[in-house]
Design a protein around this ligand. Structure first.
Ligand code: TPP
Length: 394
């Protein structure tokens, strides 16, 4: 007999009944095989120009990553974080959204921002903390944000964007706006309390938000098996009463189809949806990390064979949507564009040091005025102790 008791679906049993992890299968949606062939009999619902642009933005993201890791190695920027191997997760999910939807990202989703139209120069201005950086040099490189593109500024503390996304989506619902919020995070961030608070809040308050988890196997050097014992992150969505989809995160068509579907659900039913994208971080965690200390080359090789760009290119080619002769020229053009944007941004002056405290308070308080003036005196006395990005005196 079943009844609803404090919202739990209670079925009475007369023997001890233990529910074990793994009793419920959560299937993983895969539309394209690693070789780029269509699986199953549902043809993908995507037009030629969207598919072509998706490939282009994925390629751009990889080129950007390659150049910026080199720029960090040359000492031109202090830090970078590549998304190599995970381009499908960010680009194809952003492609399935409306531009009106808010994106709240973790930090490895530069592909989504590039999809929205953030220019190479904008990427560079932020990373060089120059005068044109909307953060005015007050954030580390890769902490992008753009109001016009509905892309919330990234913040370093993990998972803070998750309850914020629930709240933002609640606001969209209250305002009657025809838009949702998509929130990216890694499986590591899902260990934070904010993940649990955010999902529960979104479920109880029926917020139109997609929680998009990139399960790439590692939180820096900690592998998934040392992070949790449950069935990935998808099982937690079910626990919170959140509609849940698991997908192959290296399959752009699966990412696109699932996100499009999740968006329809979130908007029409006004509720959250959790997507768990199974993927792999082929790059180091960041330029401060060396993965050879915690994983094998064999493991990396296995995932390299599932490269989303190679897989998607093979499918586009089979459709006659990829001009291979153009490919090398296009990649060359992208490298040139990134390089010239880098050189231009590098030459720009940094923000004045007063920007540290302006637009934080209406009137700068006396103690901060004192600190800024002491800092300026120190810089004048010991200029060599400060990097070029420390700010201008005037
Ligand atoms: C609250 C908090 N704790 C720790 C860190 C340090 N930290 C930065 S990234 C990271 C790993 C996150 O892993 P995951 O969420 O799986 O994302 P991935 O880097 O794999 O894309 C950690 C522990 C942080 N930024 N914030």
């Amino acid at each position: 007999m079943q009844n609803r008791n404090h919202l739990a679906r209670v079925t009475t049993t007369h023997q001890v009944h233990v529910i074990e992890n793994g009793l419920i299968d959560i299937p993983m949606l895969q539309i394209l095989s690693p070789q780029g062939e269509i699986q199953g009999d549902c043809p993908p619902n995507i037009d030629e120009s969207t598919a072509r642009r998706m490939l282009e933005v994925m390629q751009f993201t990889r080129v950007l990553d390659e150049r910026m890791v080199s720029a960090q190695r040359q000492g031109r920027i202090s830090f970078y974080l590549a998304s190599t191997g995970e381009e499908a997760a960010s680009v194809a999910s952003a492609a399935a959204l409306s531009d009106k939807d808010m994106i709240m990202s973790q930090y490895r989703e530069q592909g989504a921002l590039a999809w929205r139209g953030y220019s190479p120069r904008q990427f560079m201005d932020q990373m060089f903390s120059n005068y044109h950086d909307p953060n005015k040099g007050r954030q580390m490189p890769i902490h992008y944000g753009d109001r016009k593109l509905n892309f919330m500024t990234i913040s370093s503390p993990l998972a803070t964007q998750i309850p914020q996304a629930a709240g933002y989506a609640y606001g969209q619902k209250m305002a009657g706006i025809d838009a949702i919020t998509l929130c990216y995070f890694g499986e590591g961030a899902a260990s934070e309390g904010d993940f649990h608070a955010g999902l529960n809040m979104a479920a109880v308050l029926s917020c139109p938000v997609i929680f998009f988890c990139r399960n790439n196997g590692y939180a820096i050097s900690t592998p998934a098996e040392e992070q949790f014992a449950g069935d990935g992150i998808a099982s937690r969505g079910i626990g919170y009463g959140v509609k849940t989809i698991r997908i192959d995160g290296n399959d752009p068509l699966a990412v696109y189809a699932a996100t499009e579907h999740a968006r329809n659900i979130a908007l029409s039913q006004s509720c959250p949806v959790l997507i768990e994208a199974m993927t792999y971080r082929l790059a180091a965690h960041s330029t401060s990390d060396d993965p050879s200390g915690y994983r094998s080359k064999d493991e990396e090789e296995k995932w390299r064979r599932k490269d989303p760009i190679v897989r998607f290119s093979a499918w586009l080619k089979s459709k006659g949507w990829l001009d291979e002769d153009d490919l090398d020229k296009r990649l060359d053009r992208m490298r040139q564009t990134v390089l010239s944007a880098l050189k231009e941004a590098e030459q720009e002056p940094v923000s004045p040091i007063d920007d540290l405290v302006t637009d934080v308070f209406d009137h700068v308080p006396w103690h901060l005025k004192e600190q800024i003036s002491a800092l300026k005196k120190h810089i004048q006395k010991y200029p060599d102790a400060y990097p070029k990005t420390a700010g201008r005196l005037k």
